[in-house]
Every structure is written in C-alpha cells, then in structure tokens.
Design a protein around this ligand. Structure first.
Ligand SMILES: C[S@@+](CC[C@H](N)C(=O)[O-])C[C@H]1O[C@@H](n2cnc3c(N)ncnc32)[C@H](O)[C@@H]1O
Length: 277
C-alpha cells in the first residue's frame, strides 16, 4: 500500500516468521502481510531489525528468512510497469502521469502494493484476458460477478471498467482489502464493486452470479469444488494451479453439472473456463 506521502517505495524488507499469531503490529512502515502455510511474511519499506526482534521474542517465533530487495524487483525481478490487455491498459500509480491512451483504450490505475494481483503473475493476466474476452464478445453475458481472493482488486476493476455493474470481491488479507478498496476508489468503481474482508474457508458468499472468478490455490479450490454452495454461478474462471494438480482437481469437479468450455495456459500455470449445464 502506497501510504501518504509516498508515491513509490525504493526498498522492500521482507521477514518470514514460522507462525502467524504475531500480535498487533502498529507500524506505519508495514506495507503488507501474507499468510502462507501457517507462516507469516511481513513487508516493510524500511529496515526494522529492532521491531522484528521484539515481535520474534514476544511470539516465541523463529525467522525463517529475511530479505532486502528493490521494491521494483519484488515481482520475480519483473519491473512493474504499464501493460495492456486490450481494451484495458493497466498502469501502476507512478506511471499514470505519462500514460497515453489510444482510441478505445480504457485505463486502470493500480496501486500494486505488495499484494498479489499486480498483473505480472501469469494467472492474474490469464484471468484478466478471459474476463475481457467474455465481456467483449457478449456485453450482456456478465452482469454480476464474485471475485474470490481479490488481491489488488484488479480482476474486479477490469470487469467493472468493461461494464459489469454488480461485483462483490473478497479477501481474507486485510492489507489486500485495503489496497483493493483504494484501487476501486481511484478507478471510480465504488458503485459497481463491493470489497469485503472474509475468510472464504469459513463461509462461502452467495454464488448466484453470472461469473465467479477464483484464482486461488489447490487446497482451497478442492474445498470449494466439494461444496454445493460453490456451484450456483453461470460461468467459472478457475486458476492458480499447475499441470501436476490438474488430474486431482478435475476429479473433484461435479461434471454432471458442468461443461469445460476452455483451458488456457501461461508458462506453467493453467486456467479453466467452466459453464453450468
Ligand atoms: C493467487 S492470489 C489472486 C489475487 C487476484 N485475484 C489475482 O488474480 O491477481 C489469491 C488471493 O486469495 C486470498 N486468499 C487466500 N486464502 C483465502 C481465504 N481463505 N479467504 C479469502 N481470501 C483468501 C489471498 O490473500 C490472495 O489475495
């Protein structure tokens, strides 16, 4: 999250703890957290050795790794820069001033923060492409959408910019929700998109929508596939898995209710577009 007065950060300090119950952390330089496999990763834009030692001691935690990198390099060394999924052009906030749009191009201004969904992960890009293809080929097909695990909110904002009026997006990471809400506001999509903090593992939201997007991970997808409440949407974009996981995931799909319309791939990642029969 780019916090006032910063318009970009130079450095990223990353600390990975072996547990998630680290207590309240009130530090203005904390710009993101991820919870991964019972471990917690904290992102600061300044060095925080003293604070980290305090957290470590009070939580009886171990630091699994720590790293210092250029903020620009955190996305696997890829420069976070403007990219296009026509007609959408997505620009990080620090490139908005020099953005020049061609005829018919629609801008999205994005604070990528250190939240998943800057558009540089192949799965985000794949999902955005399929959403765009679906809406541009039939502008009436998708009027409502849920975005499960929204990250920066980019997929929902993309759909809203293409005309989808009724979008709910969810994430269990409070930083993701804060960043997604900021991005929704910057892009003036507040009337179309509701951002909600929720643990989808605990309860699924209403899935009676035209399109459900779930760019998540295998464990959570398997849980959803086995939950009848997941299968109320007309279309599904499912991503976040690699070929070695496909067999297990496919076996968990209730194919009596579904048609597999399309499979796409980007690098090692896969996406399915499904429709309810
Ligand atoms: C792979 S990222 C996808 C982000 C974004 N939709 C995109 O495509 O770039 C998955 C997101 O799901 C969120 N997430 C993971 N487990 C969750 C859960 N149990 N409930 C809600 N959100 C969850 C993570 O915080 C993360 O933002």
């Amino acid at each position: 999250m780019l916090r006032h007065p910063y318009t970009r950060y130079d450095q990223l300090y990353v600390y990975n703890f072996d547990r998630t119950d680290l207590g309240q952390i009130d530090d203005p330089d904390l710009i993101g957290t991820w919870i991964e496999d019972e471990t917690a990763i904290l992102f600061f834009h300044k060095e925080k050795a003293e604070l980290i030692e305090t957290i470590r001691k009070r939580s009886d935690a171990t630091i699994l790794y720590e790293a210092n990198l250029n903020y620009q390099d955190w996305e696997a060394g890829l420069d976070i820069t403007t990219f296009s999924v026509p007609p959408l052009t997505v620009a990080p906030l620090w490139e908005v001033d020099k953005l020049q749009l061609g005829v018919g191009e629609i801008a999205i201004h994005l604070d990528p923060s250190v939240i998943f969904g800057s558009g540089f992960h192949p799965t985000t890009r794949l999902c955005l492409q399929v959403i765009t293809d679906m809406i541009t080929s039939d502008s009436k097909a998708i009027e409502s959408m849920v975005d499960l695990g929204t990250g920066t909110g980019l997929l929902s904002i993309g759909a809203a910019k293409l005309g989808v009026q009724n979008i709910r997006c969810y994430d269990n990471n409070p930083f993701a929700c804060e960043v997604a809400q900021k991005n929704v506001t910057i892009n003036e999509c507040e009337k179309q998109i509701q951002v909600m903090e929720a643990d989808l593992r605990a309860k699924l939201p209403d899935t009676n929508v035209d399109l459900l997007v779930a760019n998540l991970y295998k464990g959570l997808l398997l849980e959803f596939f086995n939950n009848p409440d997941f299968w109320n949407a007309k279309y599904y974009i499912i991503s976040g898995f690699v070929p070695s996981m496909e067999e297990e995931l496919l076996a968990a799909l209730p194919m009596d209710k579904l048609k597999l319309l399309e499979r796409r791939k980007s690098e090692m990642w896969r996406l399915w577009l499904l429709a309810r029969k």
